[in-house]
Design a binder for this molecule. Structure first.
Ligand code: PGA
Length: 251
Protein backbone atom coordinates (compact mmCIF):
# COMPACT_ATOMS: atom_id res chain seq x y z
CA UNK A 1 0.00 0.00 0.00
CA UNK A 2 1.48 3.31 -0.97
CA UNK A 3 0.39 6.27 1.04
CA UNK A 4 0.54 9.66 -0.64
CA UNK A 5 2.90 12.00 1.19
CA UNK A 6 1.17 14.96 2.79
CA UNK A 7 3.00 18.13 3.85
CA UNK A 8 0.87 20.65 5.75
CA UNK A 9 1.81 24.04 7.11
CA UNK A 10 0.33 25.21 10.39
CA UNK A 11 0.64 28.98 10.36
CA UNK A 12 -0.68 29.21 13.94
CA UNK A 13 -1.49 32.77 15.12
CA UNK A 14 1.00 34.42 12.76
CA UNK A 15 1.11 36.72 9.72
CA UNK A 16 -1.27 39.50 8.70
CA UNK A 17 -3.47 39.95 5.66
CA UNK A 18 -0.63 41.26 3.49
CA UNK A 19 1.96 38.65 4.50
CA UNK A 20 -0.52 35.75 4.51
CA UNK A 21 -1.71 36.48 0.98
CA UNK A 22 1.86 37.09 -0.19
CA UNK A 23 2.92 33.73 1.22
CA UNK A 24 -0.05 32.02 -0.45
CA UNK A 25 0.75 33.60 -3.80
CA UNK A 26 4.42 32.60 -3.46
CA UNK A 27 3.46 29.00 -2.66
CA UNK A 28 1.05 28.84 -5.55
CA UNK A 29 3.85 29.75 -7.90
CA UNK A 30 6.50 27.58 -6.27
CA UNK A 31 4.32 24.44 -6.18
CA UNK A 32 3.23 24.70 -9.79
CA UNK A 33 3.82 21.30 -11.36
CA UNK A 34 4.28 19.45 -8.05
CA UNK A 35 1.53 16.85 -8.22
CA UNK A 36 3.11 13.79 -6.62
CA UNK A 37 2.21 14.74 -3.06
CA UNK A 38 -0.49 16.58 -1.10
CA UNK A 39 0.26 20.05 0.22
CA UNK A 40 -1.84 22.26 2.47
CA UNK A 41 -1.61 25.42 4.52
CA UNK A 42 -3.66 26.23 7.60
CA UNK A 43 -3.96 29.98 8.20
CA UNK A 44 -5.70 31.52 11.17
CA UNK A 45 -9.47 31.71 10.53
CA UNK A 46 -9.62 35.35 9.46
CA UNK A 47 -7.16 34.78 6.61
CA UNK A 48 -8.58 31.50 5.34
CA UNK A 49 -10.86 33.02 2.76
CA UNK A 50 -8.37 35.35 1.04
CA UNK A 51 -5.73 32.58 1.10
CA UNK A 52 -8.22 30.04 -0.30
CA UNK A 53 -9.11 32.47 -3.11
CA UNK A 54 -5.45 32.72 -4.08
CA UNK A 55 -4.88 28.98 -3.89
CA UNK A 56 -8.07 27.95 -5.71
CA UNK A 57 -7.25 25.42 -8.44
CA UNK A 58 -3.63 25.13 -7.28
CA UNK A 59 -1.77 22.17 -5.78
CA UNK A 60 -2.09 23.64 -2.29
CA UNK A 61 -5.19 22.86 -0.22
CA UNK A 62 -6.39 24.99 2.66
CA UNK A 63 -7.21 23.93 6.20
CA UNK A 64 -8.21 25.49 9.48
CA UNK A 65 -6.42 25.11 12.81
CA UNK A 66 -9.49 24.39 14.90
CA UNK A 67 -13.28 24.58 14.84
CA UNK A 68 -16.30 23.93 17.04
CA UNK A 69 -18.43 20.80 16.77
CA UNK A 70 -21.91 22.31 16.59
CA UNK A 71 -23.02 23.29 13.07
CA UNK A 72 -24.53 26.63 14.10
CA UNK A 73 -26.22 28.49 16.93
CA UNK A 74 -25.50 30.45 20.07
CA UNK A 75 -21.80 29.65 20.50
CA UNK A 76 -20.18 33.07 20.79
CA UNK A 77 -16.73 33.27 19.30
CA UNK A 78 -16.80 29.84 17.67
CA UNK A 79 -16.62 28.75 14.02
CA UNK A 80 -18.32 25.63 12.67
CA UNK A 81 -16.93 22.98 10.33
CA UNK A 82 -19.68 23.86 7.85
CA UNK A 83 -18.53 27.49 7.79
CA UNK A 84 -14.96 26.42 7.11
CA UNK A 85 -16.11 24.14 4.33
CA UNK A 86 -18.19 26.99 2.94
CA UNK A 87 -15.16 29.26 2.55
CA UNK A 88 -12.97 26.68 0.85
CA UNK A 89 -11.38 24.54 3.56
CA UNK A 90 -10.54 20.95 2.84
CA UNK A 91 -8.81 20.11 6.14
CA UNK A 92 -9.06 20.98 9.81
CA UNK A 93 -6.34 20.42 12.41
CA UNK A 94 -7.88 18.96 15.56
CA UNK A 95 -6.36 18.28 18.95
CA UNK A 96 -3.16 20.22 18.37
CA UNK A 97 -1.05 20.16 21.54
CA UNK A 98 -1.40 23.91 21.93
CA UNK A 99 -5.15 23.38 22.11
CA UNK A 100 -4.84 20.37 24.38
CA UNK A 101 -2.43 22.07 26.77
CA UNK A 102 -3.09 25.83 26.56
CA UNK A 103 -6.84 25.68 25.87
CA UNK A 104 -7.33 22.49 27.93
CA UNK A 105 -9.15 20.53 25.23
CA UNK A 106 -9.80 16.93 26.23
CA UNK A 107 -9.84 13.95 23.90
CA UNK A 108 -13.61 13.66 24.54
CA UNK A 109 -14.08 17.22 23.28
CA UNK A 110 -11.78 16.60 20.31
CA UNK A 111 -13.78 13.46 19.54
CA UNK A 112 -16.93 15.57 19.08
CA UNK A 113 -14.99 17.76 16.66
CA UNK A 114 -13.65 14.77 14.72
CA UNK A 115 -17.21 13.55 14.15
CA UNK A 116 -18.37 17.04 13.19
CA UNK A 117 -15.50 17.51 10.72
CA UNK A 118 -16.23 14.18 9.03
CA UNK A 119 -19.94 15.00 8.85
CA UNK A 120 -19.13 18.33 7.21
CA UNK A 121 -16.82 16.68 4.67
CA UNK A 122 -13.59 18.05 6.10
CA UNK A 123 -10.49 15.90 6.51
CA UNK A 124 -9.34 15.98 10.14
CA UNK A 125 -5.62 16.24 10.82
CA UNK A 126 -5.74 14.71 14.27
CA UNK A 127 -2.75 15.51 16.47
CA UNK A 128 -1.40 13.39 19.29
CA UNK A 129 1.84 13.65 21.20
CA UNK A 130 3.49 13.23 24.57
CA UNK A 131 5.08 15.81 26.87
CA UNK A 132 8.77 15.56 27.71
CA UNK A 133 7.91 14.43 31.25
CA UNK A 134 5.70 11.69 29.83
CA UNK A 135 8.48 10.49 27.52
CA UNK A 136 10.93 10.49 30.43
CA UNK A 137 8.46 8.54 32.53
CA UNK A 138 8.18 5.92 29.80
CA UNK A 139 4.52 6.63 29.08
CA UNK A 140 4.87 7.83 25.47
CA UNK A 141 2.93 4.95 23.94
CA UNK A 142 0.25 5.05 26.62
CA UNK A 143 -0.31 8.81 26.20
CA UNK A 144 -0.52 8.57 22.42
CA UNK A 145 -2.85 5.59 22.64
CA UNK A 146 -5.18 7.43 25.05
CA UNK A 147 -5.22 10.58 22.95
CA UNK A 148 -5.79 8.64 19.74
CA UNK A 149 -8.44 6.26 21.07
CA UNK A 150 -10.29 9.01 22.92
CA UNK A 151 -10.33 11.21 19.83
CA UNK A 152 -11.60 8.57 17.38
CA UNK A 153 -14.19 6.95 19.62
CA UNK A 154 -17.19 5.90 17.51
CA UNK A 155 -15.45 6.60 14.20
CA UNK A 156 -16.17 3.93 11.54
CA UNK A 157 -13.46 2.13 9.55
CA UNK A 158 -14.45 4.03 6.44
CA UNK A 159 -14.15 7.37 8.20
CA UNK A 160 -10.90 6.35 9.90
CA UNK A 161 -9.30 5.97 6.48
CA UNK A 162 -10.05 9.64 5.78
CA UNK A 163 -8.37 10.89 8.95
CA UNK A 164 -4.76 12.04 8.88
CA UNK A 165 -2.84 11.56 12.13
CA UNK A 166 -0.09 13.97 13.12
CA UNK A 167 2.34 12.66 15.71
CA UNK A 168 3.74 15.76 17.37
CA UNK A 169 5.86 15.18 20.46
CA UNK A 170 5.21 18.30 22.52
CA UNK A 171 8.89 18.61 23.46
CA UNK A 172 9.76 19.02 19.79
CA UNK A 173 7.22 21.69 18.92
CA UNK A 174 8.76 25.10 18.33
CA UNK A 175 11.84 24.09 20.34
CA UNK A 176 14.26 23.30 17.53
CA UNK A 177 14.67 19.89 19.16
CA UNK A 178 13.40 17.61 16.45
CA UNK A 179 12.73 13.93 17.13
CA UNK A 180 15.27 11.68 15.47
CA UNK A 181 13.97 9.77 12.44
CA UNK A 182 14.18 6.63 14.60
CA UNK A 183 12.14 8.18 17.43
CA UNK A 184 9.47 9.30 14.96
CA UNK A 185 9.35 5.95 13.18
CA UNK A 186 9.09 4.11 16.48
CA UNK A 187 5.95 5.99 17.54
CA UNK A 188 4.44 5.85 14.06
CA UNK A 189 4.80 2.06 14.09
CA UNK A 190 3.06 1.92 17.48
CA UNK A 191 0.24 4.19 16.27
CA UNK A 192 -0.26 2.06 13.18
CA UNK A 193 -0.42 -1.05 15.35
CA UNK A 194 -3.06 0.62 17.53
CA UNK A 195 -5.12 1.46 14.43
CA UNK A 196 -4.79 -2.16 13.24
CA UNK A 197 -5.89 -3.40 16.64
CA UNK A 198 -8.94 -1.10 16.81
CA UNK A 199 -9.88 -1.40 13.15
CA UNK A 200 -7.92 -3.76 10.91
CA UNK A 201 -4.67 -4.02 9.00
CA UNK A 202 -6.10 -2.55 5.82
CA UNK A 203 -7.27 0.59 7.61
CA UNK A 204 -3.96 0.87 9.46
CA UNK A 205 -1.98 0.61 6.24
CA UNK A 206 -4.04 3.30 4.54
CA UNK A 207 -4.00 5.97 7.29
CA UNK A 208 -1.38 8.64 6.77
CA UNK A 209 0.68 9.58 9.82
CA UNK A 210 2.53 12.89 9.65
CA UNK A 211 5.36 13.83 11.97
CA UNK A 212 5.41 17.34 13.44
CA UNK A 213 7.81 19.20 15.69
CA UNK A 214 10.68 21.42 14.48
CA UNK A 215 10.61 20.01 10.95
CA UNK A 216 12.95 22.10 8.79
CA UNK A 217 14.36 21.79 5.29
CA UNK A 218 17.58 20.30 6.64
CA UNK A 219 16.00 17.52 8.73
CA UNK A 220 12.84 16.75 6.74
CA UNK A 221 14.36 14.37 4.23
CA UNK A 222 15.71 11.89 6.79
CA UNK A 223 12.45 11.84 8.78
CA UNK A 224 10.28 11.54 5.69
CA UNK A 225 12.42 8.68 4.41
CA UNK A 226 11.15 6.47 7.24
CA UNK A 227 8.58 3.96 5.94
CA UNK A 228 5.86 4.86 8.46
CA UNK A 229 6.29 8.64 8.24
CA UNK A 230 3.86 9.78 5.56
CA UNK A 231 4.34 13.51 5.72
CA UNK A 232 4.89 16.44 8.03
CA UNK A 233 2.92 19.04 9.91
CA UNK A 234 5.13 22.10 9.90
CA UNK A 235 4.84 25.18 12.10
CA UNK A 236 7.64 27.75 12.05
CA UNK A 237 9.18 26.58 8.79
CA UNK A 238 5.88 26.95 6.93
CA UNK A 239 5.91 30.74 7.26
CA UNK A 240 8.41 31.35 4.46
CA UNK A 241 8.14 30.10 0.89
CA UNK A 242 11.80 28.97 0.72
CA UNK A 243 11.66 27.14 4.05
CA UNK A 244 8.40 25.34 3.28
CA UNK A 245 9.50 24.50 -0.26
CA UNK A 246 12.73 23.08 1.13
CA UNK A 247 10.66 20.59 3.11
CA UNK A 248 8.39 19.81 0.16
CA UNK A 249 11.41 19.18 -2.05
CA UNK A 250 12.90 16.92 0.62
CA UNK A 251 9.73 14.85 0.40
P1 PGA B 1 6.99 23.66 14.70
O1 PGA B 1 5.42 23.40 14.98
O2 PGA B 1 7.28 23.12 13.33
O3 PGA B 1 7.14 25.15 14.76
O4 PGA B 1 7.75 22.95 15.75
C1 PGA B 1 4.80 22.22 14.55
C2 PGA B 1 3.36 22.22 14.96
O5 PGA B 1 3.05 22.65 16.08
O6 PGA B 1 2.48 21.80 14.18
Amino acid sequence: MTRRTFIAGNWKMNLNLASATELAAGLRKATDGITNLDIAVCPTNVYIQPVAEILKGSNVGVGAQNAYFEPKGAFTGETSMEMLKDIGCKYVILGHSERRHILHESSEFINLKVHAALAAGLIPILCVGELLAERKAGTTDLVNRRQFEGSVSGVSSNDMKKIVIAYEPVWAIGTGEVATPEQAEEVHVVLRAIIAERYNKEVAESVRIQYGGSVKADNAKAILAKPNVDGALVGGASLKVEDFMGIIKGA
